[in-house]
Design a protein around this ligand. Sequence first.
Ligand SMILES: [Zn+2]
Length: 365
Amino acid sequence: MEDFTFDFPSYTIGKDAYKKVDEICSLYGKKAIVIGGKRAISKAKPYLERDLKKISIIKYHVFQGEASFEACDEILGLKELSEADMIFGLGGGKAIDTAKEVQIKTGKPLFTFPTIAATCAASTKIAITYYKTGESRTTLKMTRPPIHVFINTEIITNAPSVYFYAGIGDTLGKHYEVSFSCRGRELDYLNSLALQLAPMSAEPLIKYGFKAYNDLKNKNNTYEVSQIILDIIISTGYVSILIDHKYNTALAHAIYYGLTLQDVIKEKHLHGEVVSYGVLVQLVLDHKYSGEISEEEIKKVFDFNKSIKLPTCLKDLDLEGCDLKASITKAKNNSGLEVVPYKISEEMIEDAINILEKYNKEGCL
Ligand SMILES: [Zn+2]
């Protein structure tokens, strides 16, 4: 076996998480450049100014727009970047992904400071890039993930709850999609580890998600909110780092990509929201065609979605009566369905959608 190194990001979570920055980052130097969204910087700056004594932030670069090559080039031209010992990526996925692009180009150590809990971008080593127009471009890979993730729960609790809502929906997919894709396969060490960890992204959601979402809406920084933040940013990120790309998504995300053909989805619905509906379609399909998923499991996820108003039927996505043929074809051809336990046809997807509609009305499969 060839020599192999694997890196996980470590993390600090809490209302005073930034108090750990000095201790952890001073091993890498004294000067940092922040790359962050405007709102994120305005929220985080008072904490950074209060808590950092050994590390000086020599520039707050306000990132706007898309995580594009152009946004990265603009930062590469900054003299403060060449002076900085390290990069702090601050904000949501796009700002952090831009900081990752800069890390890839410069090799400087990257630390992340998520200010919303909507995705696992803060802990993974991939940067999803876009054209300036918003169209997706390519996915870049860092040689190692960010060194440490600083999660300030006070900032995240005070962010708009819609990010948290979408984060919960997207995270729900991780366990169900990974375990579906991996079923019956001979897995190597890292993929086996990912599979063991995957339930950690669904179980806390079902257990704490309802209370956490309501606490966050009321700006209460509670234990349950922290558990869900960890779930969205850390558990899901760790599974993503460990898992082979081909096992990372399955039907839930394929349904999402298929439904993006519908204007109403692009205009009115969030990625994570649609993925959580896709999870239900996947479970219903798997229940019918393999028997591996029990009706109780479907009910558990269905009730959870209902409890926080995540979609469970086409009406919830404003798709009742819409022609879904093209969407189903696109879903069927999605790369997430290349590695699944059995061949999935368009008829099977349509069937699962219809069974789920019936389940919504009658409460039985
Ligand atoms: Zn997703």
